[in-house]
Design a protein around this ligand. Structure first.
Ligand SMILES: Nc1ncnc2c1ncn2[C@@H]1O[C@H](COP(=O)(O)OP(=O)(O)OP(=O)(O)O)[C@@H](O)[C@H]1O
Ligand SMILES: [Mg+2]
Length: 114
């Protein structure tokens, strides 16, 4: 069983929903950062397109968590179900392999310490 890192860019008001999804799957560790970003629409709102700016960064939250590979598809499905509003700007999940982890206090290594 391996580990996956998911980096989830979300609307700020969806943080609680995402935290609940992770908690229900028995994950407690996560890192949250405030972020600014844009996607395909370049963050354009009517107001900005009128004054001719070519990109506009909108406030988002960046949530990083490392999970067991076997939980990945369930968590992605729940994110899809609960964080989609149907409007542009709902965010993205970047998924990558996580090779190893060390708990600083004890030096323990590997997926068992998640
Ligand atoms: N290719 C990317 N690389 C890094 N961050 C991205 C990328 N695409 C989107 N993001 C981040 O995700 C946030 C939300 O993106 P967004 O949901 O608007 O993506 P999108 O591809 O435009 O999809 P949609 O058409 O549903 O809006 C952005 O503000 C940005 O922080
Ligand atoms: Mg977009």
């Amino acid at each position: 069983m391996g580990m996956k890192k998911i980096e989830v860019i979300i609307r700020p008001e969806k943080l609680d929903t995402l935290k609940k999804i992770l908690a229900r799957n028995e994950y407690s560790g996560l890192t949250v950062m405030t972020a600014m970003g844009c996607g395909h629409q370049k963050g354009l709102t009517k107001e900005f397109s009128e004054i001719g700016l070519d990109a506009n960064l909108l406030p988002k939250l960046y949530v990083m968590t490392v999970i067991w590979e076997e939980d990945l598809e369930d968590i992605l499905a729940e994110i899809r179900e609960k964080l989609s509003t149907g409007n542009v700007g709902d965010g993205k999940v970047f998924i990558s392999d996580m090779q190893d982890v060390m708990r600083i206090r004890t030096g323990e290594r590997g997926e068992k310490i998640l």
